[in-house]
Design a protein around this ligand. Structure first.
Ligand code: UGA
Length: 442
C-alpha cells in the first residue's frame, strides 16, 4: 500500500519506518528541508533505541523516502497520516496551528481516493473539522471523490516505540465510514496476524480514547505518589504496599512506581488539553485537576526534602544529579522533573553538576545559560558534591560503584527519586539514602 506520513517527528518517523518494514511504500513529509536531508542520509534528529537501524534498513530496501512537499508525496497515496505535533498553548489547549497548516496544504492538493488519518493527539471533534475543511475544497473540484477522515491515535511510549509499534496492545481505528475502516484494517493486517487487536469505533470516541488513556496513566502515577507520601508519614513502607497493590488483578501491575512525578511531552500536555476541553464543555474535571496538582507537588516535595536535609538553606551547596531525560531510553527532556528540580536548586543558591548518558545536549539547550555544570561521567559529577540526586533510572545508575561514589561525595547523602536503591546497601558504604515518600533511615 502507498502510505504518506505528514510530519517526521517522533510519532511520524516511528510510524513511517514501521509501516515500511511491514511492506508498504512509505513517503514521510516534513517542511524542514534540513531535517529531510538528514533523514535521507539516515540521520535521526533524536534518540530512540533501534530506530536508526530500522531507518537505514528501510532506506536501503527502497521502501521509505522523504519529501518536503505534501503535493509531491500525495501522488497515488492510499492512506495519508497526519502526525504533526500538537503542543500546549498557554491556556492549556492543544495548538493545532501546524496540523491545520498541513490540512490546508492537503486541501490544495489534488489526490485520488485516499483516506486521511489523524494520528496526532487532537481535541475531540478535530476529525470532523478537518473533514469539513478538506471537503469544502475537494468537493468543489469536479470529479474529486469525497475525502474521508479517520482517527488512529498513537499509544507509543518513548524508549520502546519500535516494540510498541510492532506489537501493539491494541490498534484503535475511529472511522465514520466503512471505506476508511477497511483501508486501515488492510494496512494493519500484518500486525493483527501477529496478535494485535483492532478496535473499531466512531471518530470522536477514538480521539477521546487517547486522552482517556493518558489521563488514566497520569492518575495512577499521582495516586501512587500520594500514597507513597502518606506511607512515609505514617511509617509504612511503600515498596511492600506496592507489592500488595500490584497483586490485585483489578488494580494491575503497571504504572505504580512512585517517583518524581510524570513528565515528558505527552502526559502533562494531554492532561492540560483535556482539562481545557472539560472547561469548555462546562465539566468540573475535579479528578483531572487533582492529578495535575499532585504531580506539581511531587517535584516540589523532592526539592523540600533536599533543602530540609541541609537545614533549610542550599547556598554554597553543590548538588549532583544523575539523569536528565524524563525517563530512561530517550533524550527527551520536555517537562522533565529533573529540569524543574535544577531550576529550584539554582534559585535557592545551590550549584548543580549533572550527568545523563544521552540527554545532556537536550538538557543544555533547554536550560540555556544557567550555571549548571555537565560532567563527563556519573562519578565525575559526584566529585566534591554535598548530595547526589538520582532522577532517571538509566541502567548505568542501577548498580553503581557505591564505594567510588562515597569516596567522592563529600556530603554522603543520596536522594533516590525513583526508588531503585537499597538504603541498607548504601549504608554499608557510608551513604545515607533518602527515598521519596519514605522516612530517612538515619
Ligand atoms: C505516554 C504513554 O505511556 C503512551 O502510551 C502514549 O502513547 C504517550 O504518552 C503519548 O501520548 O504519546 P511517554 O510519554 O513516552 O508515553 O512516557 P511513559 O512511559 O508513559 O512515562 C511518563 C512519565 O511517567 C515518565 O516521567 C515516567 O517516569 C513516569 N512514570 C511512569 C512514573 O513516575 N511511574 C510509573 O509507574 C510509570
Amino acid at each position: 500500500m502507498k502510505v504518506v506520513v505528514i510530519g517526521s517527528g517522533y510519532v511520524g518517523l516511528v510510524t513511517g519506518c514501521c509501516l515500511a518494514e511491514a511492506g508498504n511504500q512509505v513517503v514521510c513529509v516534513d517542511h524542514d528541508a534540513g531535517k529531510v536531508a538528514a533523514l535521507r542520509a539516515g540521520r535521526l534528529p533524536f534518540h530512540e533505541p533501534g530506530l536508526d537501524e530500522l531507518l537505514a534498513a528501510q532506506l536501503q530496501a527502497g521502501r521509505l523516502s522523504f519529501e518536503t512537499s505534501i503535493a509531491r508525496a500525495m501522488r497515488h497515496a492510499a492512506v495519508a497520516f497526519l502526525a504533526v505535533g500538537t503542543p500546549s498553548q498557554t491556556n492549556g489547549s492543544a495548538n493545532l496551528e501546524n496540523l491545520l497548516h498541513c490540512v490546508h496544504e492537503l486541501a490544495d492538493t489534488a489526490f485520488e481516493d485516499c483516506v486521511i488519518v489523524v494520528k496526532s493527539t487532537v481535541p475531540i471533534g478535530t476529525g470532523d473539522h478537518i473533514e469539513k475543511l478538506l471537503n469544502a475544497k475537494h468537493g468543489a473540484a469536479a470529479g474529486q471523490p469525497r475525502v474521508r477522515v479517520a482517527s488512529n491515535p498513537e499509544f507509543l511510549a518513548e524508549g520502546r516505540a519500535i516494540r510498541d509499534f510492532r506489537h501493539p496492545s491494541r490498534i484503535v481505528v475511529g472511522a465514520n465510514d466503512e471505506g476508511s475502516a477497511q483501508a486501515l484494517a488492510e494496512l494493519y493486517a500484518p500486525f493483527v496476524e501477529r496478535g494485535a487487536s483492532l478496535m473499531f469505533m466512531d471518530r470522536r470516541s477514538a480521539e477521546f480514547a487517547k486522552y482517556a488513556c493518558n489521563a488514566m496513566l497520569a492518575a495512577r502515577i499521582s495516586m501512587v505518589n500520594e500514597l507513597a507520601g502518606l506511607a512515609g508519614s505514617l511509617g509504612a513502607g511503600m515498596e511492600a504496599v506496592c507489592r500488595v497493590l500490584k497483586s490485585d488483578p483489578r488494580i494491575g501491575a503497571g504504572y505504580l512506581q512512585p517517583g518524581a512525578g510524570y513528565g515528558g511531552s505527552c502526559l502533562p500536555k494531554d492532561l492540560r488539553a483535556l482539562i481545557r476541553s472539560a472547561q469548555e464543555a462546562g465539566e468540573p474535571a475535579y479528578m483531572l485537576r487533582s492529578v495535575q496538582r499532585v504531580n506539581r507537588l511531587q517535584g516540589r516535595k523532592l526539592f523540600d526534602a533536599i533543602r530540609d536535609h541541609f537545614g533549610g538553606g542550599l547556598r554554597q551547596r553543590r548538588i549532583a544529579i544523575w539523569g536528565l531525560s524524563f525517563k530512561p531510553g530517550t533524550d527527551d527532556v520536555r517537562s522533565a522533573p529533573s529540569l524543574a528540580l535544577i531550576h529550584a536548586l539554582l534559585g535557592a543558591g545551590a550549584t548543580v553538576s549533572a550527568y545523563d548518558p544521552v540527554a545532556m545536549n537536550a538538557a543544555r539547550a533547554a536550560l540555556g545559560d544557567t550555571a549548571t555544570v555537565f560532567g563527563e561521567s556519573a562519578l565525575n559529577v559526584c566529585e566534591e558534591a554535598d548530595a547526589l540526586v538520582l532522577m532517571t533510572e538509566w541502567e548505568e545508575f542501577k548498580a553503581p560503584d557505591f564505594e567510588a561514589v562515597a569516596a567522592r561525595l563529600r556530603g554522603g547523602v543520596v536522594f533516590d527519586a525513583r526508588g531503585i536503591y537499597r538504603p541498607g546497601l548504601l549504608r554499608r558504604h557510608g551513604l545515607q539514602c533518602h527515598r521519596l515518600g519514605e522516612r530517612p533511615a538515619g
